[in-house]
Design a protein around this ligand. Structure first.
Ligand code: NAD
Ligand code: UGA
Length: 466
């Protein structure tokens, strides 16, 4: 019989750990869920009496936290205590691209995962089911098993792979109605019991036919593959967007025409200034690295092209701005609308806006940024992280404002970099009036009504249309 889970610990209170555990707590009132993190500031924000101040902005999440926090959902920095009390431990820590040593710039850095495994092994005095929630290279469970078995206190560990497929901005509805939940388990009697225990948790709200079971390696690899396929679609349509711009085809029309083919499908065919987010690039680089380490150079080259195309798309958008503004943006004010990597999130990791801004700053532009959810500190931290120029210089050349009207005042150009809904509701006539003329508008998201903008007087450039 599968173990009945009464107490869950999740290590890592980030974009995945926070929302996924909140959903489990909401749907499984009989289970105590402890979310733990070493980041004290983050935990304090999760515990903020005003649920609007939780550290992650996701539509619907604050309400759900409000309903469950203090009932059966708890946020804490006491990792050891939560490990001890748990029957099941989710590892949901970050797995960024390595920035040093072998595999630098390509492989996933698994040091945080290893630290978790060592801590669990040291602390656990009862049997535990360990769930890989973080996105991991195929065969990571092997390393986890080795650490747990060699350093543990003789208790039994079962390891499952349960990758997360939520997208930011829609995390709550993705968790509520997942296309599928994937659970990879070891092909042993205990492994199957552990799988069943996790199936029982999800069955509280996910229909059984949506819960897929595989072996551990298939599950680990399926997560990288899913992200690679999604990113590949964006790079494919973005490659076509450049061709559309020189042939007078319209990439939206092409996307609609091909998307109605049920074999192709209509989703993920929105041309843009380039995909961002913490995972697409990192996971593809990881896939490329894994392929290389197995000597599969053609496989590696195939997937690497998705990243090359994405970098090209960001760069060519920035170049287009410079070229259109008579080949120089030096000393010119450019308003950037949107800094997050997509709408409805305050996450800026790998956002195209960072790279476009950096390119324009290198050309000595003066930038003003408006984003409804991203803080000024985050924007400076993103730019400083690139190390292109000093913090003082970034702060001197780039200003962050909380009023879009101020962003465009006396600007030579406005660039739309995130598809926030509110941008479509701006009074663009007023915006136009306060800008310098000719007033250029660069739409990196194909978001606005370009015919209307042209009738107001804007010179419009959009991705994907000549
Ligand atoms: P994140 O950086 O937002 O959160 C990770 C958290 O883990 C941080 O708060 C960090 O302090 C904490 N942490 C690290 N080491 C720790 C330790 N030893 N003990 C306790 N806490 C520790 O990352 P994220 O976006 O939530 O991503 C987590 C994983 O999920 C990654 O592998 C990512 O690829 C994957 N993933 C992310 C998304 C997404 O939308 N962000 C979606 C699916 C999968
Ligand atoms: C993505 C996947 O969609 C999730 O399934 C996965 O769990 C997650 O990565 C992860 O592993 O982290 P996310 O990055 O949050 O989710 O958001 P997406 O909606 O996938 O968008 C990623 C980027 O692609 C954004 O910059 C978005 O603007 C861009 N995009 C997306 C396009 O440019 N065009 C599209 O048609 C779709």
């Amino acid at each position: 019989m599968a173990k009945s889970i009464k107490n869950i610990c999740c290590i890592g209170a980030g974009y995945v750990g926070g929302p996924t555990m909140t959903m489990i707590a909401a749907k499984c009132p009989h289970i105590i869920v402890n979310v733990v993190d070493i980041n004290e500031k983050r935990i304090a924000a999760w515990n903020d009496p005003d649920v609007e101040n939780i550290p992650i902005y996701e539509p619907g999440l604050s309400d759900l936290v409000g309903q469950t926090r203090g009932e059966n959902l708890f946020f804490s920095t006491d990792v050891d205590a939560a490990i001890k009390a748990a029957d099941m431990i989710f590892i949901s820590v970050n797995t960024p691209t390595k920035t040093y040593g072998v595999g630098k710039g390509m492989a996933a850095d698994l040091k945080y995962i290893e630290l978790c495994a060592r801590q669990i092994a040291a602390v656990a005095t009862t049997d535990k089911i360990i769930v890989e929630k973080s996105t991991l290279p195929v065969r990571t469970a092997e390393a986890l098993r080795s650490i747990l078995d060699h350093t543990g206190n003789g208790v039994q560990f079962d390891i499952l792979s349960n990758p997360e497929f939520l997208a930011e901005g829609t995390a709550v509805s993705d968790l509520l109605h997942p296309d599928r939940v994937l659970i990879g388990g070891e092909q042993t009697e205990n492994g199957k019991k552990a799988q069943k225990a996790l199936v029982d948790v999800y069955s509280n709200w996910v229909p059984k036919e949506r819960i897929l079971m595989t072996n551990v390696w298939s599950s680990e690899l399926s997560k990288l593959t899913a992200n690679a396929f999604l990113a590949q679609r964006v790079s494919s349509i973005n490659a076509l967007s450049e061709l559309c711009e020189v042939t007078e085809a319209d990439v939206n029309e092409v996307a609609r025409a091909i998307g109605t083919d049920s074999r192709i499908g209509s989703k993920f065919l929105k041309a843009s200034v380039g995909f961002g987010g913490s995972c697409f690039q990192k996971d593809i680089l990881n896939l490329v690295y894994i392929s290389q380490t197995y000597g599969l150079q053609e496989v590696a080259d195939y997937w690497e092209q998705v990243i090359i195309m994405n970098d090209h798309q960001k760069r060519r958008f920035a170049k287009k701005i410079v070229k259109t503004l008579f080949n120089t943006v030096s000393g010119k004010k450019i308003a950037i609308m949107g800094w997050s990597f997509k709408k409805d999130t305050n996450d800026t990791r790998e956002s195209a806006a960072i790279y476009v801004a950096d390119y324009l700053l290198n050309e000595q532009a003066e930038i003003t940024v408006y984003d409804p959810k991203v803080t000024a500190e985050q924007i400076y931290s993103d730019l400083n992280y690139l190390g292109t120029r000093s913090d003082e210089e970034n702060r001197r050349l780039l200003k962050v404002v909380t009023d879009p009207k101020i962003a465009v005042e006396k600007a030579h150009a406005t660039a739309i970099l995130t598809e926030w809904d509110e941008f479509t509701e701006f009074n663009w006539k007023n915006m136009y009036d306060s800008m310098l003329k000719p007033a250029f508008l660069f739409d990196g998201r194909m978001l606005l009504d370009h015919e209307e903008l042209k009738s107001i007087g804007f010179e419009v450039y959009t991705i994907g249309k000549g």
